[in-house]
Design a protein around this ligand. Sequence first.
Ligand SMILES: Cc1ncc(COP(=O)(O)O)c(C=O)c1O
Length: 490
Amino acid sequence: MADIKTRTTTKRKRQDTETEVYLMMSTAELANALPNIVTASVPGPKAKELIDRRDAAVPKALCGSTYPICMKRGSGAMFEDVDGNTFLDWVGGVGVLNIGYSHPKVVKAVQEQAEKYFHTIFNVYVHEGYVSLAEKLNDRMPCKGEKMKTYFANSGAECDENAIKIAKAYTKRGGVICFTGAFHGRTNLTMALTAKKTYAQGMGPFPSGIFRAPYPYLYRAPKGMGEEEAISYYLEELNRIFDEGAPASEIACMILEPFQGEGGFIPAPIAWVKAVRRICDENGILLIADEVQCGNCRTGRYFASEYWKEAGAAPDIITTAKSIAGGMPLSAITGRAEVMDAAPAGTIGGTYCGNPVSCAAALAVLEVMEEEDFASKAEHIGQLAEKGFCKLAKKYPVIGDVRRLGGMIGVELVSDPKTKAPAGDLAAKLIANALQKGLLLESCGSAGNTIRFLAPLVMTDEQLESGLTIFGEALEEALAEDLPVASKAS
Ligand SMILES: Cc1ncc(COP(=O)(O)O)c(C=O)c1O
């Protein structure tokens, strides 16, 4: 039963006070609710007010491109905004909410830890949660080798930066190879590794010794090449770095995302990964898998690198963050002991790294994800969503490509399926229309023309169906707006 509450609101327009009776869903009901917009449009009046306050209080760079949504509470894959609108979330905090909003077991773990102590600085003294979590990740992480070691940082950028430090310490080399489309963060080093330079405008100078090779984007492989030919081409380009960038003997590591996120939701083909692993082995280069976005059950395995390991191409180091602690700030760096032990004392760690409350949250997330087999949930959701998107692609040829690994799906929009010209404007309209119907979507890719599907893995089948319906309607409306794009009729 919904709780019936009475509240008094001041209606700004009418300048009088009236009593409004509304039904407030329980947390469990919200988790099973469907999208429902109750205001005339989004944002509603309370959201508008908060957005105005934000614009006055917060730097412009954090205001311009965000959605007009102000959060009140979340449950499962759903959240309610300050005006009582209910949204289905297919963004999931950009990969943070694989376990959904405020999972009760994670909430309990956080509360219990907060009552004991919030903080120890692990560089100075020990807490049990840090050690237990490191032990569990050492057992779980599909890195190359037998005995693993793990340590923690606070964010995705920090764990990637730490992985590079470890690789430099182990190999005693300075060079790093990264890839087109990569996103590794916003610190100075990770801005340099990140491909899209709008993330680094005016922020240089950047560290030297960073070389970029093309990531295997098969949908956009050059000159109409088939998969095999394209993979050879991408490998040739990678090898060219050793002639034209730096000798292989000066490269410490290669860092790549098993399923590229920000760059356009692009899977790294296993045949290419195997060849990259070979190149690394032949040249004493470490392979780092950045699983900040694709880790923690998103891809149908606990870590996407499990697919690599099964193919005999396990990475040396895995970094992960985002969903690891269900929204508490935490990231992890794992590799075999001899590699991880190479960093000299003093070079790693930090004040908040491996915070006790974050570790408690992460231990609870891990337990829930293992007990409830979240990797299978990702595969289930992924299959249903892929089916829905492919059905829409038959009706709307502007859906040029649907690519998936487990529950991580990219839906690429093009203005013409033949030329594959990216339809970034169409994607923006689709997102805006979906928002007005209660579905939260986000784009990615250098042209912003790929919709990234990162719904919490606790989403019900009914919610998924309603999301697909909204997606279709929002696309139909976007196409009807005066855009130079191909529709089925054209
Ligand atoms: C693959 C990948 N690496 C690193 C990062 C950086 O993470 P953070 O924003 O926590 O620094 C992100 C963030 O989206 C990411 O997707």
